[in-house]
Design a protein around this ligand. Structure first.
Ligand code: T5A
Length: 211
């Protein structure tokens, strides 16, 4: 499709600075004249937002199984991809995502250590090969990211998963970025200004815009 939009995703652990850089990417894309739709995962449609509440909630006396968590993430993703992302791209709107499929590979695959064959089967069912045109991965030591996240208030259910969980998630992200040509790694422990600058350099390279 010649006039289709591009799908750009920002990934990274809690506190990596995704929201912060998304605002900068949004400004840049709009300045370049692109019509833009922002999404977040889990979430982004009314039903997917309800799933988000459910999956982040701290269910006091009920253990949330890793299968439930995985299925809810992909249920929300299916709603978002089919109702919002694909229609937007088809009409030429660009989509800028706060998290997407790599979050499930990192958190449920790496963090929770869900069986890889099961995970791949659910991905295939949900996405059937659909993937971003550009992934910007903000790399941060989870010890630093969790301190940033905690400074905003109480940690949610997933954020309380412990350091080893987030270290496994980071390892998964690092291995994904290493083997994906359409992904870039940005060092997210630098100052906010430097992170933003590095992200914009990567974005302009993707856009083919001279600095
Ligand atoms: N999840 C999600 C899964 O388990 N599987 C999945 O498939 C999906 C899609 C989503 C949760 O769900 C999990 C992952 C998450 O646990 P969320 O609220 O969207 O929940 O969580 P996050 O995306 O992690 O949101 P955060 O707000 O924690 O992270 P951000 O957006 O990366 O961080 P940001 O920009 O809000 O910054 C956090 C704080 O750090 C400061 C900011 O000012 C802010 O106060 N900061 C910096 N400070 C110093 N230096 C820098 N360079 C800084 N950058 C930001």
């Amino acid at each position: 499709m010649t006039n289709s939009g591009k799908f750009i995703v920002v990934e990274g652990l809690e506190g990596a600075g995704k929201s912060t850089v998304i605002a900068a990417i949004q400004r840049e894309l709009e300045e370049q004249g692109h019509k833009l739709k922002l999404t977040r995962e889990p979430g982004g449609t009314p039903m997917a937002e309800a799933i988000r509440e459910c999956v982040k909630h701290n269910w006091e006396n009920e253990f949330v199984t890793e299968q439930t968590e995985l299925l809810l993430m992909y249920a929300a993703r299916s709603q978002l991809v089919e109702n919002t992302i694909k229609p937007a791209l088809a009409e030429g709107t660009w989509v800028l995502g706060d998290r997407h499929d790599w979050s499930s590979l990192a958190y449920q695959g790496g963090g929770r250590q869900v069986n890889r064959d099961h995970l791949n089967a659910i991905r295939e069912l949900t996405l059937n090969g659909f993937s971003p045109d550009l992934t910007i991965y903000l790399d941060i030591d989870p010890k630093v990211g969790l301190v940033r996240a905690a400074s905003r208030g109480e940690l949610d259910r997933i954020e309380q998963s412990g350091l080893a969980f987030f270290e496994r998630a980071r390892e998964t992200y690092l291995s994904l970025v290493k083997r994906t040509d359409s992904a870039v790694l940005i060092h997210a422990e630098q100052s906010i200004d430097k992170v933003r600058e590095d992200v914009l350099i990567a974005l302009r390279k993707f856009l083919g815009v001279t600095q």
